[in-house]
Design a protein around this ligand. Structure first.
Ligand code: NAD
Ligand code: ZN
Length: 342
């Protein structure tokens, strides 16, 4: 089969022929239809500092996908040949303290698809059945593939309710854009989105932003205060991984409000914990992954019911062999979500 493989400890990847994987008793062979590119894949492509510490070549990359079950192991009971599936990208252990207490999103022994286990940028993929998600028939393939990052957005927005609240979203990458549509669907009364990328700000308007602001050109703090009768916003959702943006968010949040942080920072962050968190009595939520599978149910319902339309975020499609075009668009920020057709 054809696959995108990271074979060397240097920038780049290869589109090559590799053996089709074999299944074990509880495994499932999936014929991938569509995979989508995540920032993690770009880090691995570029061989950034994070990738150098976290990734061991050689491996097929990618963790977002939709496909159909091609073959099942002898002990598989939950799916059958022909089922249209996606999967939780965290291959959890199922027996650590966290897994046993309903927090498998922070499983102590999880393996990441496309990093620790051969990934989705391939014609075929093998996964244990316990991470598979059967897709709702009302969700088209182009949407089914983005359920994994959409789930990140669901957990970030819904850490507390947003109904009739004022919300600031920092970072309009694919996940911040999904979050914008979720906040809108949940009845946020004011949604401000901040991003230095005008291409993405334009998409944020389609996803439900009332105000789209470029922090390089405008004073985000002043603008948010003006829009909230000087109160500041009830909710800040941080998707930029930018320290300056985080501090803006903490300044803009109204005392007693909450912030959910999904963005990942390149370095240790600087913040004024006393002034901006403790004395303001802010609730700060760290968000990682998705709840398995309660978040998948919510994601599926947002997408199948018509409550949100992720369409405007999916900006480009390429055949798998042209994956490098997608990597380049991602690096330049001239895209929303890029999907790859097998
Ligand atoms: P992305 O890199 O596509 O989006 C980040 C956006 O932030 C970009 O559009 C960028 O222009 C914008 N940005 C940069 N500086 C900014 C500033 N000062 N103010 C406002 N916006 C600014 O990433 P994504 O795929 O949408 O993911 C969002 C974040 O979540 C990333 O940091 C990613 O690493 C992180 N992430 C975390 C998890 C988790 O489990 N915690 C999972 C997936 C992604
Ligand atoms: Zn575990």
């Amino acid at each position: 089969m054809k696959a995108v493989v990271k074979r060397r400890r240097t920038k780049g990847m290869e589109f090559i022929e590799v053996p089709t994987p074999k299944i074990g008793l509880r495994d499932v062979l999936i014929k991938v239809k569509i995979a989508s590119i995540c920032g993690t894949d770009v880090h691995i492509y570029d061989w950034t500092r994070w990738a150098q510490h976290r990734f061991t070549p050689s491996r097929i990359i990618g963790h977002e996908f939709v496909g159909t079950v091609a073959k099942i192991g002898e002990e598989v009971t939950q799916v059958k040949t022909g089922d249209r599936v996606s999967a939780e990208s965290h291959l959890t252990c199922g027996h650590c303290y966290q897994c046993n207490n309903g927090h498998s999103e922070v499983c102590r022994n999880f393996k990441l698809l496309g990093v620790d286990h051969d990934g989705t940028f391939a014609e075929y993929l093998v996964l244990p059945e316990h991470v598979l998600w059967k897709n709702d028939e009302n969700i088209p393939d182009e949407w089914a593939t983005i359920q994994e990052p959409f789930g990140n957005a669901v957990d970030t927005v819904l850490a507390e309710d947003v109904s009739a609240k004022t919300v600031l979203i920092l970072g309009a990458g694919p996940i911040g854009l999904f979050a914008t549509s979720i906040a809108k669907a949940c009845g946020a009364s004011l949604i401000i989105v901040s991003d230095p990328n005008n291409y993405r700000l334009a998409i944020s308007k389609k996803m439900g932003a009332h105000i789209a602001v470029n922090p390089r050109r405008q004073d985000v703090v002043q603008l948010a205060l003006d829009a909230t009768q000087n109160n500041g916003v009830d909710v800040v959702l941080e998707f930029s991984g930018n320290n300056q943006a985080l501090n803006q968010g903490l300044k803009i949040i109204t005392p007693g409000g909450r912030i959910s942080v999904l963005g990942i920072y390149e370095r240790r962050v600087n913040m004024d914990l006393n002034k901006d968190v403790i004395f303001k009595k802010i609730r700060m939520y760290g968000i990682t992954g998705r709840k398995v599978f309660s978040t998948w149910y919510k994601t599926s319902r947002f997408l199948s019911s018509g409550l949100v339309d992720p369409g405007p975020v999916i900006t480009h499609q390429f055949p798998l062999k042209d994956y490098e075009k997608g990597m380049k668009l991602m690096k330049d920020g001239k895209c929303g979500k890029v999907i790859l057709n097998m």
